[in-house]
Design a protein around this ligand. Structure first.
Ligand code: AMP
Length: 360
């Protein structure tokens, strides 16, 4: 039986972005010391942590000495190199483990895993060359989406193939990298479920959120989404199968398409997720605290919301009118401490809470 980490223990986080920052703040709230590993000493998480270890991802000596100071290590970024995870694992428990990363770093492996775990997916095919792309488009039909297998996020590394799209141009657009071709899901809305799995395999999930994207970036999440109890329980079943299949420890998110009242899985994030930021102000236990609890071997906190919430991302210049946002009584403002504003960069978010709709 693994003992829970006592307050005062050290939890390490690989990655120092805004997710790491909010994890560090939640961890501090439970009495843990948080150490952050990131190549950038000035990263958002490093500036709220007890300690920042600024070293490259391929410096295994630095990774090992970082891990040796931690009672457990977690991550906020799914592209942490597997070698760094292994090096850390040789010194201290890493939660979630390597399996969660391996299954989600490559879109083809991920979609195959989801299908095998019983979560529905769109039709997909492996693409390694222009000739394979031509065959795959023939099989799947247009419209469809070509995505690089690795390092894609926020809609990057993707090309939509419509009736008029030239396949050579689409192949060039994604840099001729190993790819997956996906059928286009004719969804009515995008949903996501944020769930947590403990060391002993217990899974709990927050209610579904409904998400609006533009330009491949999440703009707004509304939660709890207005869905039938049947859809919520289908989402929980999918999350449970995925969490168990990954042998995950901690929070993870499953992005879903609602296609004619049924759920199709788009992708998995093996970490806290932007579409779970609403839990910071609408639930007694946020996704960040939940993750720290799971990593520390503590009991999970409640996932039930006390309020409804609309989470609005502040992207790029959206953050410039921060004075007006700070003066808005109806909005809770969360800023990530990023030094420079860039187009498409997530600078912060606001949560607007309201009473939960009455159950009929
Ligand atoms: P992803 O990076 O896979 O999350 O894709 C970014 C966004 O592109 C999603 O949130 C969807 O809006 C859209 N998208 C991705 N894959 C598909 C698909 N197979 N069918 C329809 N829309 C998609």
């Amino acid at each position: 039986m693994t003992q829970p980490l006592a307050p005062g223990s050290v939890i390490g986080i690989f990655g120092g972005g805004q997710l790491g920052r909010m994890l560090a703040m939640a961890g501090a709230g439970l009495g843990f010391d948080i150490h952050v590993y990131d190549p950038d000493r000035d990263c958002p998480a490093g500036r709220v942590a007890t300690r920042i270890c600024a070293a490259p991802w391929d410096d295994m000596g630095a990774v090992q000495s970082f891990a040796a100071r931690c009672d457990a290590v977690t991550f906020e970024w799914e592209n942490v190199p597997a070698a760094a995870l292994d090096a850390a694992q040789s010194r201290t428990p890493v939660r979630p483990g390597r399996k969660s990363l391996e299954l989600t770093q490559d879109r083809l492996t991920e979609k195959t895993f989801i299908r095998d775990a019983g979560g529905g997916t769109v039709e997909f095919a492996e693409v390694g060359s222009l000739a394979e792309l031509e065959t795959a488009v023939e099989k799947i039909g247009r419209p469809c989406i070509l995505k690089t297998r690795r390092f894609g996020y926020d809609g990057k590394g993707q090309a939509v193939i419509r009736d008029e799209t030239d396949l050579a141009a689409a192949w060039a657009e994604i840099g001729e990298n190993p790819a997956i071709l996906e059928a286009f899901a004719p969804f009515q809305r995008e949903l996501s479920i944020v769930a947590a799995r403990t060391l002993t395999g217990e899974v709990a999930a927050y209610p579904l959120a409904e998400n609006d994207h533009s330009g491949g970036i999440l703009r707004v999440s509304k939660a709890p989404a207005l869905v039938s109890p049947g859809l919520q329980s289908q989402a929980l079943d999918i999350a449970t199968a995925i969490g168990n299949g990954m042998e995950h420890v901690g929070v993870f998110a499953v992005e879903l398409f609602d296609v004619d009242g049924g759920l199709v899985v788009n992708e998995i994030a093996p970490r806290v997720h932007n579409s779970g930021h609403w839990t910071m102000d609408a639930c007694a236990c946020s996704q960040f605290e939940q993750h720290v609890r799971a990593v520390a071997g503590w009991p999970l906190g409640p996932c039930s919301p006390h309020s409804a919430c609309e989470m609005i991302n502040l992207i790029g210049e959206d953050v410039v009118p921060w004075r007006a946002l700070a003066a808005d009584y109806s909005a809770r403002l969360h800023l990530y401490g990023k030094r420079t504003v860039r187009p498409g960069r997530k600078m912060g978010h606001i949560n607007r809470i309201s009473p939960l709709p009455r159950q009929s």
